[in-house]
Ligand binder design. Structure first.
Ligand SMILES: [Zn+2]
Length: 319
């Protein structure tokens, strides 16, 4: 009798463990399904699960560890500009395939696929917008589009943005991210570096403000041109910023590089960027910098007018 009770007890205990294991795996499966559906997001740094809606409300920055998840150009424009102030430009400019390039896939097919999938014509969006009521010319690169590589249309759109900003006397903000030059366009891609840099020089000669914001990753030809030509250069925490890739350098030097090599923090230490700004403070920081660098108002201040009048009348009196 006692034996029977014992075996029944053992059986129910085993059932309990089995059920627990089963329900445990169902919870895990459900979580995995919800992550796949995009309802939840698992942080790649700390592994904490966050409701995607909450993560988006925090500008895609993990509230637990501060990891900055990558954001696409649409999201970035929403984060930075005031509501209903974004006016895109040059949306009809489309890349061509002058070299009829083909690797695993024909370049034209790769472009068409990207355009259909992302609803973008190229790897950068440019336009006018307002940041806390201050007008700016804004360019935002999108890493999803062939690694935001710099093709001739990326170069042309940025050049036109800067030239128009010079005409209107607007500050330029470019949110940079890039894998480098667009190898499928060969030389034409490299020429963009000089073209954008020349437009920036004219903008600078007009005494106007340019701020590049370096996000993860900013590398290659973009780093070697407009990303490093800012009056004030900002970067997001832990963004990879460099010219040649880490592996290439390690193979050339034949030595192991430190873990924080090419991180925004390391680059700041060496003086290549001016400040690391967390994304949740970026809009406010940009607004403050733009407000500080506003061109002086056309009407001179009252005391200046008085001083000029005095100088003028004294000159008249002397002669
Ligand atoms: Zn995290």
């Amino acid at each position: 009798m006692a034996n029977n009770d014992e075996s029944r007890g053992l059986k129910s205990l085993l059932d309990w463990f089995a059920n627990r294991r089963k329900s445990g795996s169902t919870i895990q499966e459900r979580q995995e399904r919800e992550i796949a559906d995009g309802l939840w997001h698992k942080c790649s740094e700390c592994g904490v699960l966050t409701y995607t809606k909450d993560l988006r409300a925090n500008q895609m920055v993990c509230a637990e560890c501060g990891h900055h998840n990558r954001v696409d150009s649409d999201e970035r424009i929403r984060q930075l500009t005031d509501p209903n102030t974004w006016r895109p430009m040059d949306e009809s400019l489309r890349p061509s395939d002058p070299l009829q390039f083909r690797d695993r896939k024909a370049y034209v097919d790769r472009l068409r696929e990207m355009q259909e999938k992302l609803g973008l014509t190229e790897a950068v969006q440019t336009g006018w917008g307002q940041i806390n009521g201050l007008p700016v010319a804004l360019g935002v690169m999108d890493f999803r589009f062939i690694g935001a590589s710099m093709g001739s249309v990326v170069g042309e759109k940025l050049t036109r943005l800067i030239e128009r900003a010079t005409e209107r006397r607007y500050p330029v903000i470019i949110v940079c991210t890039s894998g480098g030059a667009r190898m499928q366009e060969g030389m034409l891609s490299l020429m963009q570096m000089a073209k954008i840099s020349a437009a920036l020089q004219r903008h600078r000669e007009a005494k106007l403000l340019y701020i590049p914001v370096l996000t993860n990753p900013t590398t290659g030809g973009v780093t070697a041109s407009f990303a490093m030509l800012g009056d004030i250069i900002l970067a997001e925490p832990k963004a990879t910023i460099g010219f040649a890739g880490r592996r290439v350098i390690e193979q050339t030097l034949r030595e192991k590089l430190p873990d924080d090599f090419q991180s925004a923090e390391d680059v700041l230490k060496h003086g290549f960027v001016d400040e690391i700004v967390p994304r949740t403070h970026l809009k406010q920081t940009l607004a403050q910098l733009i407000a500080l660098h506003q061109p002086p108002a056309l009407t001179p201040p009252h005391n200046l007018v008085m001083w000029e009048t005095r100088t003028l009348s004294s000159t008249v009196a002397e002669s």
